[in-house]
Design a protein around this ligand. Structure first.
Ligand code: NAD
Length: 480
């Protein structure tokens, strides 16, 4: 069985303990590879390698850093078809989605930040003939980059690209649930000739190697994407060490459909926002607010649309939904659907596990599920489920829907559908979330400040915000 290895100081190495964890293929429920069960000693080795590499990498001219990263991006692209298959097998997502979303974004992330450092500038403040101040932006040191399982290579590269481009070195910890494409990336780094030690990838359980990485004295900067509970823990343990921390956390995103929306566009986008990647995108619209006048018509159209979605073999081009990432997560989603029923929710479509034929009979599939009849403040409508489950909530007025949209502890993203431009802008300005889309969903410009409000995160990543985060500003004051 294939063994995934850690990538430390430019080499593929076994975990020091020699222990491995099972890695599952969610499409058939079978173990298909082994992932290192790393320990503190592996983290220490990786941080040491990164610390040593920092001396030269932080002084490497920007153009040279950009050239090295561009070569890495080219080499990733060379292996696109293998990466697409691997991401789908490891995560359960349709290959078609990995081919259009996940894998193209990996080289795109790297090229974007390799280019961005060549176009960056810093500030100058003149003191009326007395002095000038200028700001140096210098790399911080060894960056700990921790990523989740829902968009494995996409989010890993979203972190390591700006960290490396800015002159930091990195110890990355991908999710133990989807380690395969990070392992493939480490082999690609070797082929691309990435300087030894600038990127290190340590696999293993967050509960075991998370603290040793985030509280290590030589990791002054942490970029984390994952659940709110884990984010709280990281905030708590790192606060006394005064580290720079960026947290990109969970969401319970409202999708607001006004009666004057472009009906067909709103229906198809609402279905996409609810069920893409089996509902396992932090930005998925899982609370669907529909204005009363069109509620019934919209509900019927959404059910019709959902009926046409095929849950099936992730390898087949016709599958719209693949498998849920793990058995534990599938059971959690199913238990939330049961809870919704107990609270009086009516399942309009879906709600059950799907058992596919033959080799895929033990895979983790769930029907796309639409629920109605739950109050906006019940637990199902307040906490993240992170599965193919959307809850319909009618509303009367603009003020009422803004209140309900803002009623959760989260504030990651929102979508508004209306043909009234003024209303769109007005509602967007009043929604507490880091990203608001009007008449669309998941349209991403890599330059925008991306992140969440409230318990959806702290800080922003993307564009120059990422370069700001991964550098330390230093004021130099020169007396004239
Ligand atoms: P998770 O918090 O369980 O794990 C994320 C990563 O943190 C994994 O690599 C895990 O091993 C690691 N980890 C676990 N415990 C740790 C600890 N004590 N210290 C350090 N690292 C630790 O999240 P998940 O289940 O992998 O991902 C799903 C969550 O991620 C959802 O809540 C989703 O909304 C969120 N997410 C947010 C964004 C965003 O941009 N805001 C993007 C994608 C996913």
């Amino acid at each position: 069985m294939e063994k995934i290895l850690n990538y430390i100081n430019g080499e593929l190495v076994e975990p020091t303990s020699g222990n491995y964890l099972d890695n599952y293929n969610p499409s058939n429920g079978q173990v298909y590879s082994l992932v290192p069960d790393s320990e503190e000693s592996d983290i220490n080795n990786a941080v040491l390698a990164a610390k040593e590499a920092f001396n030269s990498w932080s002084k490497t001219p920007k153009q040279e850093r950009a050239n090295i990263l561009m070569k890495l991006a080219d080499t990733i692209e060379k292996y696109s078809s293998e990466l697409i298959k691997a991401e789908s097998k490891d995560n359960g997502k349709p290959e078609n989605l990995a081919a259009h979303v996940d894998i193209p974004r990996a080289p795109a992330n790297i090229r974007f930040f390799a280019g961005a450092i060549l176009h960056d500038s810093s500030q100058m403040h003149e003191m009326d003939g007395v002095a000038i101040n200028y700001t140096l932006r210098q790399p911080v040191g060894v960056a700990a980059c921790i990523s989740p399982w829902n968009l494995p290579l996409y989010l890993l590269t979203w972190k390591i690209a700006p960290a490396l481009a800015s002159g930091n070195t990195v110890v990355a910890k991908p999710s133990e649930i989807t380690p395969m494409t990070a392992f493939m990336l480490s082999k690609i780094c070797i082929e691309a000739g990435l300087p030894k030690g600038i990127l290190n990838i340590v696999h293993g359980l967050g509960s075991k190697i998370g603290d040793p990485l985030t509280t290590h004295i030589d990791t002054p900067i942490i970029s984390f994407t994952g659940g709110t509970v884990t984010g709280k823990h990281i905030a708590r343990v790192t606060a006394p060490m005064f580290k720079k921390v960026s947290l990109e956390l969970g969401g319970k995103n409202p999708n607001i459909i006004f009666a004057d929306a472009d009906f067909d566009k709103a229906v198809s986008t609402a279905a996409r926002a609810a069920f893409t990647n089996q509902g396992q995108i932090c930005l998925c619209g899982s609370r669907l607010f529909i204005q009363e006048e069109i509620y019934k018509k919209f509900k019927i159209a959404l059910i019709e649309k959902t009926k046409k979605l095929k849950v099936g073999d992730p390898k087949e081009i016709s599958s719209n939904l693949g498998a849920i990432v793990s058995k534990e997560h599938m059971n959690k989603i199913l238990s939330k659907i049961e809870e919704a029923k107990k609270l009086g929710g009516k399942i309009l479509i879906g709600g059950k596990r799907v058992i596919l034929d033959g080799e895929l009979k033990d895979g983790y599939y769930i029907e796309p599920t639409i629920i109605e009849g739950l109050s906006s403040d019940c637990d199902i409508n307040q906490t993240e489920i992170f599965g193919p489950v959307v809850s319909l909530i009618p509303f009367k007025t603009e003020a009422e829907v803004i209140d309900m949209a803002n009623s959760t502890k989260y504030g990651l993203s929102a979508s508004i559908f209306t043909e009234n431009i003024s209303k769109g802008h007005r509602v967007a300005a009043n929604i507490d979330s880091g990203v608001v889309w009007i008449n669309t969903w998941l349209l991403r410009d890599l330059r925008i400040p991306f992140g969440g409000m409230k318990q959806s995160g702290v800080g922003r990543e993307g564009g120059f915000k990422s370069l700001d985060f991964f550098t330390e500003p230093k004021n130099i004051c020169v007396k004239i």
